[in-house]
Design a protein around this ligand. Structure first.
Ligand SMILES: [Zn+2]
Ligand SMILES: [Zn+2]
Length: 316
């Protein structure tokens, strides 16, 4: 029987009282199972962290001593048990090392997606589908009006001109995906990378995901216009270059509101869009769908009587 309060949201985040652990807690917690290393999922200062080896490597790189008192890592095929809840990690296809978290308790399977995507991305493990009784899904873009274009079509926009491009990107995950896409689909482009991204690139390469050709940015490289350069920078740097001359400004994101002030739209998202959420649900075949992050109201009305949909969070 599905335990309706198997996961609840409290002040620290998403909590499982039966196993006495948190999933991606927002505050430092005694036992944190971390789906992936993005800052809104992996906070510093947890006591015991349970995660994949790649997530551990990124957290240690970013947080150093504060990555967690004890960090326990598990490969894709391994499982471990916390107070009678059997836990394992399934690839989520979101960024390097990102995991869905499968929890089996009293023969009922609860699958927490973390962030996930179905689009191809050769810089991380491909998503795997497993069955579950309860699917706990992020609903960041759970809106029928949101459909992400293909990432390859988006990046190929940079082939139609030779102006230098200032390309804003989150440093972890998106930046590595962009470098790989540019290497594969815009080979004439010369990729320069902000220093804050280089260390993360190295971790990707250590885990066997080659990114192609890129170089550390130096100021003098961008001075000459129309050199077919692409300079990938994190959001803060991107915003500080608001008056940059002789460059085409673009920010790679699935969020429309991050596209508006720029010269070119690059809609590349590492989250599922509406159709891909529906495909995921088809594969998982859950009896109940619990949503968090974003707003599950469209899913609730779409599935009406076919599937129990419960909104764990209030829309954020
Ligand atoms: Zn994420
Ligand atoms: Zn997230």
């Amino acid at each position: 029987m599905i335990v309706e309060d198997f996961l609840v949201i409290n002040a620290r985040g998403l909590y499982c009282r039966y196993g006495d652990f948190y999933l991606d807690p927002k505050e430092p917690s005694p036992r944190a199972i971390v789906s992936h290393a993005h800052g809104d999922h992996a906070v510093r200062g947890n006591d015991i962290v349970y995660c994949t080896p790649a997530t551990a490597a990124i957290m240690k790189h970013r947080y150093q001593k504060n990555a967690g008192n004890t960090i326990l890592t598990y490969n894709w095929s391994e499982s471990f048990s916390l107070n009678g809840v059997l836990i394992s990690f399934i690839p989520a296809g979101h960024i390097l090392g990102s995991a869905q978290i499968l929890m089996v308790y009293k023969d009922v399977r609860y699958l927490y997606t973390g962030d996930y995507k179905l689009q191809l991305d050769s810089t991380c493990e491909k998503i795997e589908f497993v069955n579950a009784d309860v699917l706990i899904s992020e609903s960041t873009f759970a809106d029928p009006t949101v459909q992400h274009p293909s990432a390859t079509d988006e990046i190929k926009k940079l082939n139609s001109f030779s102006h230098n491009v200032l390309l804003g990107s989150y440093a972890l995950g998106k930046a590595q995906r962009l470098i790989r896409l540019l290497s594969d689909y815009c080979p004439q482009r010369h990729v320069l990378v902000h220093h804050s991204i280089i260390g993360l690139n190295k971790i990707y390469e250590q885990f066997g995901f080659s990114l192609g050709k890129y170089e550390l940015y130096t100021r003098k490289l961008m001075k000459n216009p129309d050199q077919n350069l692409v300079y990938i920078v994190p959001p803060l740097t991107f915003n500080s270059y608001i008056r940059a001359k002789n460059v085409v400004r673009a920010f790679a994101s699935g969020w429309m509101n991050l596209q508006t002030d720029n010269d070119l739209k690059i809609l590349i998202s590492d989250h599922v869009d509406w159709n891909d959420i529906l495909i995921m649900i088809k594969h998982v075949e859950p009896r109940e769908l619990w949503t968090l992050h974003g707003n599950g109201k469209h899913l609730k009305s779409y599935f009406k009587d076919q599937l129990t949909v419960k909104l764990l969070n209030h829309a954020d």
